[in-house]
Design a protein around this ligand. Structure first.
Ligand SMILES: *Cc1c(COP(=O)(O)O)cnc(C)c1O
Length: 359
C-alpha cells in the first residue's frame, strides 16, 4: 500500500498532520464549540421549504454573487453595512483561506498570537503562507505595545487576531486592533466567530471598519446560529476586499442549497439566536463551578471555557470519554477546554468531572 510519504507531495506539506479534532460520536459532545441546541423545528420547516424551492432550479448554477444572502447578512450585522461590504463562503475557514490566497501565499507571511485557533496556521500552511507565531502578554492578553512591537519586527503581510480568542475565550481590546492596523500596511483580520456570546454592548471590530480599508472582520453561522453543518461563514470589509476575493474564489462556490438555507435561517435570526442567552448562562455556570472543583477557569466571552490546573489532561479527557462525554485537549499543558452545552449536558460534565477529580 502506498503511504503519503511515497507520493510526490509538496515539500512543505511533507510530514504534516491534518486538523485533528477527534470525531467520536458520543452522547455528550462538548469538544468543537458547536451550539448543542438543535434549531427550532418551525424554523427548520421554513428552511426546508426554502431549500425545496431552490432544488427545483438546481439544474442551473447558483447566483455567483449571492446578492440576496449578502443583503441578509448585511441586515443582520447592522452597522450601516450593505451588500458590497459582505462576502461569504462555506464556513469562515474558507473565507480565511480565500483571504490568504489573495493576500498571502508564496513569499508572504501571516502573523498570529498563539495559543489561538489552530486552523489559522493550518490555512497558512495550505496556502503556502509563512506562519509567524507572536507572543502574548500574561493571562493571554495582547497589549497594543506587545502587538505593535512584533508587527514592526516581522512586517507580516497579514495579521490574524481572534476575539474572543479560541481556545482561551479571552476578549481582545479594540485599542490593540487599532494599534496593529496603524502599525502595518498589510491586511488585519479579526476572527469574531464567537461575537454573539460576548456580553451585551461589548465592542466589536465592526465598529472599527469605517475608514480602515485593510481591516476584515470574519464571522460564522457555525456557532451562535447553530448552523455548523450547513457551512456558512462570512466577512465584513471594504468593498475592495471583496473584489480581491473574487480573484481567488472558485466560481459558484456557494451552492444554491446553502444560499437558500442561510437566507431562510437569517430571516429567523431572533429564533435561531434564542439559545444564546441560555448558553451564556451555562458558560457562566462553568466559570463558577470549575473553580469549586479546584481548577482555574479563564474568563470567557465565548461559548466555551478553558480551564487549567489539570494534572493530567490526557487522562481526564479519557475518563470523561469513558462516561460518554467528549471535551477538547487543546495541547496546552495542564489545560482542557469544554463547550457550554445545554443545562443537562453541562450538569453531566460537571458531575463527571467532580467524580474524576475526587478519584
Ligand atoms: C469555530 C471557529 C470558526 C468557524 O469555522 P467555520 O468554518 O465557520 O465553521 C472560525 N474561527 C474560530 C476562531 C472558530 O473557533
Amino acid at each position: 500500500m502506498t503511504s503519503l510519504s511515497d507520493l510526490p507531495i509538496r515539500d512543505d506539506l511533507r510530514g504534516l498532520t491534518p486538523y485533528g479534532a477527534p470525531e467520536s460520536r458520543v452522547p455528550i459532545a462538548l469538544n468543537v464549540n458547536e451550539n448543542t441546541h438543535a434549531i427550532p423545528e418551525a424554523v427548520a420547516h421554513d428552511i426546508v421549504t426554502s431549500i425545496a424551492r431552490a432544488i427545483l432550479t438546481v439544474n442551473r448554477y447558483p447566483e455567483r454573487e449571492f446578492p440576496v444572502l449578502r443583503d441578509s447578512l448585511a441586515a443582520y450585522l447592522g452597522h450601516g453595512l450593505t451588500r458590497d461590504s459582505i462576502w461569504a463562503a462555506n464556513g469562515s475557514n474558507e473565507v480565511l483561506q480565500q483571504i490568504l490566497q489573495a493576500f498571502g501565499g508564496q513569499g508572504r507571511s501571516v502573523l498570529g498570537f498563539p495559543p489561538t485557533y489552530s486552523m489559522h496556521s493550518i490555512i497558512a500552511r495550505g496556502t503556502g503562507t509563512r506562519w509567524i507565531s507572536a507572543d502574548r502578554d500574561d493571562d493571554f492578553l495582547i497589549s497594543p505595545a506587545t502587538a505593535v512591537r512584533q508587527v514592526e519586527e516581522h512586517s507580516p503581510d497579514v495579521v490574524f487576531l481572534c476575539s474572543p480568542n479560541n481556545p482561551t475565550g479571552t476578549p481582545l481590546d479594540p485599542d490593540t486592533i487599532v494599534a496593529v492596523y496603524d502599525a502595518t500596511d498589510g491586511i488585519v483580520v479579526v476572527d469574531e466567530a464567537y461575537a454573539e456570546f460576548a456580553p451585551a454592548g461589548a465592542p466589536t471590530a465592526l465598529d472599527l471598519l469605517p475608514g480602515r480599508e485593510r481591516l476584515i472582520v470574519s464571522r460564522t453561522m457555525s456557532k451562535a446560529f447553530a448552523f455548523a453543518g450547513a457551512r456558512v461563514g462570512y466577512l465584513a470589509a471594504d468593498p475592495a476586499i471583496t473584489d480581491a476575493l473574487r480573484l481567488v474564489r472558485l466560481p459558484y462556490h456557494l451552492s444554491a442549497l446553502t444560499q437558500a438555507a442561510a437566507i431562510a435561517a437569517l430571516d429567523h435570526a431572533p429564533e435561531m439566536l434564542a439559545m444564546v442567552d441560555d448558553i451564556r448562562q451555562q458558560r457562566d455556570r462553568l466559570l463558577v463551578e470549575l473553580p469549586k472543583l479546584g481548577y482555574h477557569a479563564w474568563d470567557s466571552w465565548a461559548n466555551f471555557v478553558l480551564f487549567g490546573g489539570v494534572d493530567d489532561p490526557a487522562s481526564v479527557f479519557e475518563q470523561l470519554l469513558a462516561e460518554g462525554i467528549i471535551i477538547r485537549d487543546v495541547g496546552m499543558p495542564g489545560h482542557l477546554r469544554v463547550t457550554a452545552g445545554t443545562e443537562a449536558e453541562t450538569t453531566a460534565f460537571l458531575d463527571a468531572l467532580a467524580r474524576i477529580t475526587a478519584r
